[in-house]
Design a protein around this ligand. Structure first.
Ligand code: HEC
Ligand code: HEC
Length: 91
C-alpha cells in the first residue's frame, strides 16, 4: 500500500523553475496594468482637429516636425496611450 504514497507528486527542480517563471510573468503583468503615464496630446488647435493616424504621422513621422522617439511603438491607436485633448473633434 506504499505504492500510492510513492507516486504522490513532488515538485522537481524543473517544476520549481517553471513555477517561478509563471509567477514572475503574472507579477509583471499585474504591475504593468496600472494607469497609463504617457504624455497627453497637447491641447492646441492642431491637435484638436487631427483625427487620423495619417494626420498625426504627417508631423510625427520620421521626417516630421516632431518625430516620435526612436523605438516608439508602431501602433495606430495614438489615443490609446496619448489621451486626446479636452473637447477633441471626433471624426
Ligand atoms: C501639424 C503638425 C502636427 C500634427 C498633425 C500632430 N501633431 Fe502632435 N505635435 C506637434 C508639435 C509641433 C509638437 C511639439 C510641440 C508641442 O508640444 O505643442 C507635438 C507634440 C505632440 C505630443 C507630445 C506632447 C509632449 O508633451 O511632448 C504628442 C503625444 C502628440 N503631439 C501627439 C499627436 C497625435 C496623437 C496626433 C494625431 C491625433 C498629433 N500629435 C498630430 C505637431 C503635430
Ligand atoms: C502603446 C502606447 C502608445 C501608442 C499607441 C502611441 N504612443 Fe506615442 N509614446 C508612447 C510612449 C510611452 C512615449 C514616451 C513618452 C515619454 O517620453 O514620456 C511616446 C512618445 C511619443 C511622442 C514624443 C513625445 C515627446 O515629448 O518627445 C510623440 C510625438 C508620440 N509619442 C506620438 C504618437 C503618435 C502620433 C501615435 C499614433 C500613431 C502614438 N504616439 C501612439 C506610447 C504610445
Amino acid at each position: 500500500m506504499n505504492e500510492t504514497a510513492k507516486q504522490r507528486w513532488q515538485p522537481s527542480r524543473g517544476d520549481w523553475v517553471f513555477i517561478i517563471i509563471v509567477a514572475t510573468v503574472v507579477l509583471v503583468l499585474v504591475l504593468g496594468s496600472g494607469d497609463r503615464k504617457t504624455k497627453t496630446t497637447p491641447d492646441d488647435a492642431i491637435h484638436m482637429h487631427a483625427t487620423s493616424r495619417a494626420a498625426c504621422m504627417s508631423c510625427h513621422g520620421i521626417d516630421g516636425v516632431k518625430p516620435q522617439p526612436p523605438g516608439h511603438v508602431k501602433a495606430d491607436q495614438c489615443f490609446q496611450c496619448h489621451t486626446q485633448p479636452e473637447g477633441w473633434a471626433k471624426p
